[in-house]
Design a protein around this ligand. Structure first.
Ligand code: ADP
Ligand code: 5GP
Length: 202
C-alpha cells in the first residue's frame, strides 16, 4: 500500500507522559517520524540540541516565523514553541507517518490546516498522579510546576476537539494503544482510495 503518511498530533498536560510515549513509539517503528520542535525554553540537563528540541533565541524564532518556516507556533508558560514545516511535509510525502508532540493551541492551528490528521490527547490516570509525575521528573522549579498544572485545567477543556484519548496508566499499555490507533487509521477507506482502485483493477 503506497499512500501518503498520516499526521498524528499528540497533546496533553505537562507531565502526562507525552514525550515518554512518543519516544518509545518511534524507537521501535522506523516508519514513524517524530518531529523535533524549536523552542526558546532553556535545555534541561539531559536534553540534546536537534534531538529533543532546536534550542534557539527569541529573535531567531521570530525570524523563522517571518520566513514562513513554522507550521505552527505558540507560547506555553512563557516560552515559544514551534514546529518546523519543511520536514513534516517531506516525511508525509515520502509515505512516513509523522508525530507532532505539541500543546493545545498549536494542535488546533494544525487541525485547521490538516483536518485529515489524527488528534490524540494523553490523559494521566488522575490529577494526583499528574502532579506526582511532573514533580518526580524534577526538571522544573515549584512555581513553573504550578503554572503548568493550572494550564492543564485549561487544556482539559479542549479534549472534545481531539479524536482519541490515550490513557497513560502504564507506558507499555499507552504505547500499545497508540500503535492500535495508527493501525486502525491506516485502514480507513478514505486513506486507501488508490489502493482500493488498484485491487479492483487487478
Ligand atoms: P510530558 O512529555 O507529557 O511532559 P514526560 O514524558 O516527560 O511527560 O513524563 C513525565 C514524567 O512521568 C517522567 O518522569 C516520566 O518518566 C514519567 N512517566 C511517564 N509515563 C509514566 C507512567 N505510565 N507511569 C509512571 N511514570 C510515568
Ligand atoms: P516542555 O517544555 O515540557 O518540553 O513542553 C511544553 C509544552 O510545549 C508541551 O505541551 C509540549 O507538547 C509543547 N510543545 C513542544 N513542542 C511544541 C511545538 O512545536 N509547538 C507547540 N505548539 N507546542 C509544543
Amino acid at each position: 500500500m503506497n499512500r501518503r503518511g498520516i499526521l498524528f498530533v499528540v497533546s496533553g498536560p505537562s507531565g502526562a507522559g507525552k514525550g515518554t510515549i512518543c519516544k518509545a513509539l518511534v524507537d521501535n517503528n522506523p516508519n514513524v517520524f517524530l518531529s523535533v520542535s524549536a523552542t526558546t525554553r532553556k535545555p534541561r540537563p539531559h536534553e540534546q540540541e536537534g534531538v529533543h528540541y532546536y534550542f534557539i533565541e527569541e529573535a531567531e524564532f521570530m525570524q523563522r516565523i517571518k520566513d514562513g518556516g513554522m507550521l505552527e507556533h505558540a507560547v506555553f508558560c512563557g516560552n515559544y514553541y514551534g514546529t518546523p514545516k519543511h520536514k513534516v511535509d517531506q516525511m508525509l510525502d515520502a509515505g512516513r507517518d509523522v508525530v507532532l508532540e505539541i500543546e493545545v493551541q498549536g494542535a488546533m492551528k494544525v487541525r485547521s490546516k490538516y483536518p485529515e490528521g489524527v488528534y490524540i490527547f494523553v490523559l494521566p490516570p488522575s490529577m494526583h498522579e499528574l502532579k506526582n509525575r511532573i514533580m518526580g521528573r524534577g526538571t522544573e522549579p515549584p512555581e513553573v510546576i504550578d503554572e503548568r498544572l493550572k494550564t492543564a485545567a485549561w487544556e482539559y477543556g479542549h479534549i472534545t476537539k481531539y479524536n482519541y484519548i490515550l490513557l497513560n496508566d502504564s507506558i507499555d499499555k499507552a504505547v500499545e494503544r497508540f500503535r492500535a490507533i495508527i493501525k486502525a487509521e491506516g485502514c480507513r477507506v478514505e486513506r486507501n482510495t488508490e489502493f482500493i482502485e488498484e485491487v479492483l483493477r487487478s
